[in-house]
Design a protein around this ligand. Structure first.
Ligand SMILES: *[C@@H]1O[C@H](CO)[C@@H](O)[C@H](O)[C@H]1NC(C)=O
Length: 221
């Protein structure tokens, strides 16, 4: 009996671990145009589809990536514009998305992760220094000129920095999920709501009360 239950435990742990490494589920139909109009009364994984007979070409098209995002809305000097089920409803269930990344001169997309997606980014304009840290704490970085690409493996902490002090940069990223998610390390740590206990931050980063207060203030928390 005990042996059985610990085997079950092991099996479930493996199933969980494997499950986390899976991409978005495969669609069961050609497409599933996201229904962004009908109010949702119950919630499931993804967005519901409209009647496929009502699908039109414009559902598969978007111009959201044609305009730069506002890089002044945060202290880092970047903005990410992402396709999603609302602005590109024909993308629903296809397991991918695209992002336009605008970065001011010397601006940064600070250390962050996408829990549900790998990302391949191509520098379209400017000079980028990009990189990620793997789970053994090794860093991989590269300078990108226009036309050059770099890949960030799923879930790993990464950054994009515009090392040009005069010109803005633009990058285009493909992501392997329709809902990649993003967690910025500094904001998650210091500006969460409700805030993480100060003692936790002090111990985690080996810093003082004053350091915590200063970082929170700098990040607008
Ligand atoms: C990006 O820009 C949009 C407007 O273009 C703004 O609403 C949003 O807050 C900005 N995002 C960040 C992370 O600053």
């Amino acid at each position: 009996m005990r042996k059985n239950s610990s085997f079950l435990h092991l099996f479930l742990s493996f199933a969980l671990l494997l499950g986390q490494a899976k991409p978005d589920p495969d669609p069961l139909q050609d497409y599933c145009i996201a229904d962004t109009k009908t109010p949702q009364y119950f919630y499931f994984n993804g967005a519901p589809c409209i009647n496929p007979e009502l699908a039109v070409s414009s559902h598969f098209s978007t111009s959201v990536l044609s305009k730069p995002g506002n890089t002044k809305a945060n202290p880092f000097g970047f903005n990410v514009t992402l396709t999603n089920a609302n602005n590109l409803p024909g993308m629903n269930t296809l397991g991918l998305s695209m992002a336009r990344v605008d970065i001011d001169a010397n601006g940064i997309v600070p250390l962050h992760t996408h829990p549900r997606a790998s990302e391949v980014t191509t520098c379209l304009k400017g000079r980028l220094l990009v990189g990620f840290v793997d789970t053994s704490n090794r860093v991989f970085t590269q300078q990108l000129n226009p036309g050059e690409s770099f890949v960030f493996p799923k879930g790993l902490i990464h950054f994009l920095y515009n090392y040009d002090s005069k010109a803005p940069a633009v990058a285009l990223s493909g992501l392997s999920s329709q809902n990649p998610g993003a967690q910025i390390v500094s904001l998650a740590s210091f500006t969460s709501k409700p805030p993480i206990e100060i003692q936790i931050l002090k111990n985690s980063f080996q810093i003082t009360d004053q350091d915590v207060a200063r970082i929170r203030k700098n990040l607008g928390g």
